[in-house]
Write a protein that binds this ligand. Structure first.
Ligand code: SF4
Ligand SMILES: [Zn+2]
Length: 340
């Protein structure tokens, strides 16, 4: 099966059945995590709203993205979104940082209508210092962002899944619908409106080895930093119903080593300009997430988090474990198609 037809068949299979009306009134998930705000480590309130989901996931979808399973298969009505927001606000304890995700684009009217967007921003205005939401680049316009900026007393942060500044990697391996230039231009538009722009960079999309993926992230940091305030390195974790999972089950994909995350941060830090470089790996240390040997994972993850919060990457050079030699062997052998 070609990677193109594999992507389309995986997209078809994972499309969810329309949700029950009761599901549409419940957000997908909510939790609190640590985040950096300026030089401070603060509590961040995260909520994932249930919407129709990403339109691109219906057509083809990205090779590592399984968010379609958390969607409705139809647009949520304003009253359903209001109930989800009300339930989230009931759990909110004035955490200084709020992150709102939708398994797609917060700024796509088919997912969250403009009045519901405004209601959400107003609900957190004056209570949180920074509010983040994620979107595809085509929806980040003065028309969508201007009213939200005017309604929020604090900083708005717009997150964009740039993933890679290499058009081949982004188009052929990640399967995004727009070229890197569209993401860089969106970062510029966001900042021109006085908002913060954050880019996610993907470590180890399918068909790239450990060393190649580190090189791709380091090059992307250098090319993207003038357009974004924050660059977040996201090592792939294996989500259900994705091309990455299909390859994983056939022994053709291993989630990235944490040593590769460390390497990408150490090599990328000098070329990050004035932007913040961070990584908070999802599912770190788990078999389907970025991991090392199991003995050093907690220590390495803690060091990655500390480096991200403090913007001090030199301490990462002090990490070591016997498994580092195995990771180095993988890097040497993978260009030859040989397993270590
Ligand atoms: S990664 Fe983003 S653009 Fe790609 S399918 Fe998932 S939600 Fe859509
Ligand atoms: Zn180890």
């Amino acid at each position: 099966m070609t990677s193109e037809s594999l992507a389309r068949s995986v997209a078809r299979e994972r499309r969810p059945a329309p949700a029950e009306p009761a599901d549409a009134r419940r957000y997908v998930n909510q939790w609190v995590e640590s985040e950096a705000l300026g030089g401070e480590t603060v509590r961040a309130f995260v909520v994932i709203l249930r919407t129709r989901g990403c339109y691109w996931a219906d057509q083809k979808g990205c090779s590592m993205c399984g968010y379609a399973k958390d969607t409705l298969g139809r647009s949520a009505t304003p009253s359903e979104l209001a109930e989800q927001l009300g339930a989230a606000v009931a759990r909110y304890r004035d955490e200084p940082y709020v992150k709102v995700y939708t398994s797609g684009s917060f700024l796509d009217d088919r997912e969250v209508d403009p009045a519901s967007r405004l209601a959400l921003v107003r609900a957190f205005s004056g209570r949180s210092r920074r509010l983040l939401f994620e979107t595809l680049p085509e929806f980040a316009t003065p028309e969508t962002l201007g009213p939200l900026r005017d309604a929020f007393a604090g900083e708005l942060e717009v997150a964009l899944g740039l993933e890679s500044t290499d058009p081949q990697v982004l188009g052929r391996l990640v399967h995004k619908n727009a070229p890197p230039s569209a993401y860089l231009a969106a970062g510029d538009r966001v900042r021109a409106l006085g908002l913060r722009a954050k880019a996610y960079l993907l470590l180890k999309p399918p068909y790239l080895g450990e060393a190649e993926s580190v090189r791709d992230v380091v090059a992307s940091i250098g090319a993207a930093h003038p357009h974004f305030d924050t660059l977040s390195v996201n090592p792939v974790h294996i989500q259900n119903g994705t091309v990455v999972e299909w390859l994983y089950h056939r022994g053709r994909y291993r989630p990235p080593w944490l040593w590769s995350v460390v390497d990408a941060l150490r090599q990328g830090a000098p070329s990050r300009g004035s932007s913040r470089l961070v990584s908070f790996p999802t599912a770190g240390g788990l078999p389907r997430g970025p991991h090392n040997c199991g003995r050093c994972d907690r220590t390495v993850l803690a060091a990655i988090e500390a480096a991200s919060l403090a913007q001090e990457f030199a301490p990462l050079a002090e990490l070591d474990c016997a498994c580092r030699a195995e990771w180095e062997a993988v890097r040497r052998l993978e260009p030859l198609g040989v397993e270590a």
